[in-house]
Design a protein. Structure first.
Length: 337
């Protein structure tokens, strides 16, 4: 047994986990990225199972989800866990980007690390949206209709996201293909770039924090513990609060509101019409992408962290306020605006 351990350690290159990291990175906020990854992995595993049960056609989609919930082994749990993991991943990546912004960890030489993170947020945003459309219930149908209406306002730039792009496949089937192939591949690529740069550029340390003093191995152990508890919480939440399914879609009406990541957009649509959907969301990601280009300072100070904390708090306050306004507002039709 004494000889088996070194051989296994060498074959798995476990000595690669012994590199030094900042002691401060053992604090909870530094695990937000790992929590995002945990949500992505849980969603991916459950998604593989759900894809074996799903029929990506306008006529068969809703019935296949009903079958998944009512008859497939562990289907209801897998579907609920898939959704709760997606909720967790979107929330965790938003908090992770907030922490990185507050720390000023987007400045040179970490600009590409930041852009990869913003890209992952965009991928998760699109994965959440495409996943919302797939059941083809009333909520999914209205999400799809909003997608088409916003894409049409973009002209040729949005042609791919309309039903007129090709007569050979319905839009729902093409969004399903994006959901299970192109978007996950893009997400994995961005994640690989992100992790590579973190490994070789190191974790950003601000003034007053000790650069050394810890090995990645205890970080990895703590990461595993947090991931296990995070996953257990998602399973418990899925059992206690299963994700529901609406009735089959009825065309020509708007009676639902979108899930929480998109609910804030409804408030803007109520004020400026559906055209705002095609402008506000891309503008938000352009602002995030521009952060390293606007703030190019190399040094940092407590004052700089304070104004970044204020901006981050303002952004989250706006998100929560718009979400609450949309949740309390009476249902309104947008497709005709």
């Amino acid at each position: 047994m004494s000889e088996a351990r070194p051989r296994l350690r060498d074959r798995l290159a476990l000595h690669g986990l012994d590199y030094e990291i900042p002691a401060a990175s053992l604090r909870l906020p530094y695990f937000l990225g790992a929590m995002t990854l945990t949500g992505i992995l849980v969603a991916a595993i459950t998604g593989i199972y759900l894809s074996q049960l799903y029929q990506p056609s306008p006529l068969g989609a809703h019935g296949s989800v009903v079958y998944t919930i009512e008859q497939a082994p562990f289907g209801d749990l897998a579907r609920s866990l898939h959704r709760r993991a997606a909720d967790a991943a979107v929330l965790a990546v938003g908090l992770h980007l907030t922490w990185v912004f507050y720390r000023g960890s987007y400045r040179a030489p970490r600009e590409i690390t930041w852009w990869a993170g913003v890209g992952m947020l965009g991928c998760l945003f699109l994965l959440f949206f495409t996943g919302t459309t797939l059941p083809n219930d009333q909520e999914g149908y209205e999400a799809l209709a909003h997608n088409v209406a916003a894409a049409e306002r973009l002209g040729g730039l949005g042609a791919f996201l309309t039903g007129d792009f090709t007569p050979s496949a319905p839009l729902l089937a093409r969004l399903y293909a994006l959901h299970v192939s192109a978007l996950p591949l893009l997400l994995v690529g961005l994640l690989a770039v992100h992790l590579y740069l973190i490994r070789f550029l190191g974790i950003h340390v601000v003034e007053g924090e000790r650069a050394g003093g810890a090995s990645f191995r205890p970080y990895a152990r703590r990461l595993g513990a947090y991931a296990a508890w995070w996953t257990a919480g998602l399973v418990a939440l899925s059992l206690l609060w299963p994700h529901g399914l609406g009735y089959p879609a009825v065309a020509g009406v708007e009676v639902t509101k979108p899930p929480w990541p998109f609910l804030w957009i409804v408030a803007i649509e109520n004020w400026w019409g559906i055209g705002a959907l095609a402008l506000v969301v891309p503008a938000l990601f352009l602002v995030l992408a521009a952060v390293p280009l606007v703030d190019r300072r190399r040094d940092d100070s407590p004052a700089g962290r304070r104004w970044r904390a204020g901006l981050a708090a303002l952004g989250w306050a706006a998100f929560l306020a718009l979400t609450l306004i949309a949740a309390l507002a009476p249902q309104r039709a947008h497709m005709g605006m």
